[in-house]
Design a protein. Structure first.
Length: 262
């Protein structure tokens, strides 16, 4: 795929995240790190070298009390339908060819040029500045399904791709169709652990999946949708100011406050 044309898939795995349900607890961030064998940072105070595939941002309506409101926005990789990261990669380390529309990251190919990081408007890609070092004993708890990445490559969320592979294998064993998984047969770790059920996952093209119905809601929106990248991650909120911030706009032309939630 060249990355310059929108490619249609039979299945589009995607999320709808209800920002009115998200409490900013960070459980999704922790689950993501555990599931994907992301090592603790050598220097967690250095925010320029952070490594977390899922981040939770705090949004504010910018008003003083008692009208002040906040919302929390989890941000995984958007798995864009027209990804900005794909055409800039000189070694095809990132691509969007697999059925389901997940944007891949092939680590052995990556040369660490970071063009994809510059191209991604969602800042969903991270450069691995250090070789992964796990505290003594923690290596026993690593997932055998996910390889650790070496220093010098770019990492990103892949919707827990190994879980998709396991779901397909189970479907084959049960005599089912691995390309027509039932709702709930495959869900990423962040979706599984969310205590408020704020994240819904499934096939955006399947009318029988809840995620398809939620994505059609009048309160659903996509981040920076004006860029035309067609993200496969949708957000929902009953609050108008939250929906406006999703496209980097606020009334009066003054964007609301936004910061990382730690």
């Amino acid at each position: 795929m060249s990355g310059h044309a929108f490619k249609e898939f039979k299945i589009n795995w995607g999320m709808v995240i209800d920002l009115d349900k998200c409490t900013g607890c960070g459980a999704c961030m922790t689950a993501c790190q555990v599931e994907n064998n992301i090592a603790p940072m050598v220097d967690a105070s250095n925010k320029m070298r952070t490594l977390s595939w899922m981040l939770v941002f705090e949004l504010s309506n910018g008003k003083p009390a008692p009208e002040a409101e906040v919302a929390y926005l989890p941000r995984p990789c958007m798995q864009c339908g027209h990804p900005a990261c794909v055409p800039v990669c000189p070694v095809v380390a990132t691509d969007k060819n697999e059925e389901g529309g997940i944007v891949s990251q092939i680590y052995p190919r990556c040369i660490g040029c970071r063009y994809c990081m510059a191209a991604c408007p969602y800042h969903a890609r991270y450069f691995n500045w250090e070789d992964p070092i796990f505290p003594k004993g923690m290596e026993k708890a690593l997932s055998p399904d996910t390889s650790t990445r070496p220093r010098g490559v770019v990492e990103k969320c892949n919707f827990c791709h190994t879980r998709l592979m396991h779901a397909k294998d189970k479907a084959r064993q049960d005599g089912g169709d691995p390309e027509a998984l039932a709702e709930g047969a495959y869900i990423p770790a962040c979706v599984e652990v969310c205590p408020t059920g704020a994240i819904t996952f499934g096939d955006l093209k399947n009318p029988e999946h809840k995620v398809h119905q939620l994505s059609k809601s009048k309160n659903a929106f996509r981040l920076l949708e004006k860029l035309g990248l067609k993200p496969q991650v949708y957000y929902m909120s009953n609050r108008e100011w939250v929906r406006k911030l999703g496209d980097n706009y606020a009334a009066g032309g003054k964007p609301g406050a936004e910061k990382k939630h730690s």
